[in-house]
Write a protein that binds this ligand. Structure first.
Ligand code: NAP
Length: 326
């Protein structure tokens, strides 16, 4: 069959696909430009792609032979899953393998923004570290504070464990409350959305980007937070209304923000760049050698399973795609 791979893959994994199928890879710069993707999708049975590729109605119109979209990543807001389902195209993602790396990075953002790690690093590099002083460069304690986790799924739960090892109290909010037994086991407390915002010293976002979570944090949610609180976002940029966040940071409505993702990625609101109370990362959540390798393995395994007419392990719509396609 014909397979289009839009990303760089380790050689052995690319060879694994090539042993069974004809593979087309990007001809030039990455991410693959939308026009190139559109021109190459015709006649392809498999697509291995990632967050920077938009698999929308327009692209799917050109996809006359597509059987599977194997996404390299757990979030799949770049893919119109409903349209794929209507067209009998399977969609897969790569959950679990990036959970720990993303939770680690979230904890790193909490620590960095509270303890002014990036500002401190810059101070030393600029040759402006002249002496230790009792009241210079003071940050905020993390230990003993409360973190409010919005979206307690795989990554949210992994963050809860890490936060507890820093003696933090953990509150959470999601649409479907977990069982009282699991809450007791995890030592976390379910809190209504608005109460979580009011009570937390760190609000950390771990929801997928959907119609429902788009701009879930806007001006009124930021106003509900404590003035000393920090917003941490390693989910998706558009979960936060970035303009409102900039205003809240400028006006001291919240104390700071640690961000890995942006509403108009890769563009970052210019005012965020000039703020000392922000730590800004270039979407690094899963960016470790080990994790990216595992993501590639999972995406390739899912792709090959679907093309062999087997049910892929991480199928998002297998139950809804009509039999005969899957
Ligand atoms: P997950 O296991 O599916 O967890 C998502 C959680 O969000 C669930 O607890 C879900 O619970 C909750 N949720 C969904 N819609 C909600 C809503 N409208 N209101 C409140 N809670 C809602 O996903 P995950 O593996 O933890 O990943 C979470 C997200 O992190 C991904 O979708 C991806 O966008 C992002 N991510 C980013 C990076 C990065 O590089 N920065 C890396 C990995 C993942 P209910 O259904 O009960 O509400």
């Amino acid at each position: 069959m014909e397979v289009l791979v839009t990303i760089e893959l380790p050689d052995d994994l690319l060879a694994k696909i090539r042993r069974q199928h004809n593979v087309t890879t990007p001809s030039g710069n990455l991410p693959m430009p939308a026009e190139e993707l559109r021109s190459l999708i015709k006649g392809k049975h498999g697509l291995l792609c990632t967050i920077t590729d938009r698999v929308d109605k327009g692209l799917l119109k050109e996809a006359d032979s597509l059987l599977v979209v194997a996404n390299y990543g757990v979030g799949y807001d770049n893919i119109d899953v409903e349209e794929c389902t209507k067209k009998g195209i399977l969609v897969t993602n790569t959950p679990d393998v990036l959970t720990d790396a993303t939770a680690d990075l979230t904890m790193a953002l909490i620590l960095a923004v509270a303890r002014r790690v990036v500002e401190g690093d810059a101070r030393v590099r600029e040759g402006r570290f002249h002496a230790w002083t009792p009241f210079g460069f003071l940050g905020t304690d993390v230990c003993g504070k409360t973190v409010g986790i919005i979206g307690l799924g795989r990554i949210g739960k992994a963050l809860a464990k890490r936060a507890q090892s820093f003696s933090m109290t953990v509150l959470y909010y999601k649409r479907n409350r977990i069982s009282r037994e699991e809450e007791a086991h995890l030592n976390i407390k379910y809190t209504e959305f608005i109460d979580l915002l009011r009570q937390s010293d760190f609000v950390s976002l771990h929801v997928p980007l959907t119609k429902e979570t788009y701009h879930m944090i806007g001006a009124s949610e930021l106003a509900a937070m404590k003035r000393e609180a920090f917003l941490i976002n390693t989910s998706r940029g558009a979960v936060v209304e970035e303009e409102a966040l900039v205003r809240a940071l400028k006006q001291g409505i919240i104390a700071g923000a640690g961000l890995d993702v942006y509403e108009h990625e890769p563009d970052v609101h210019p005012e965020l760049l000039n703020m000392k109370n922000t730590v800004l990362l270039p979407h690094l959540g899963s960016a470790t050698k080990e994790t990216r390798r595992k993501m590639a393995e999972r995406a390739v395994t899912n792709l090959l399973a679907a093309l062999s007419n087997e049910r892929p392990r991480d199928c998002l719509n297998c139950d809804r795609v009509k039999k005969g396609n899957s």
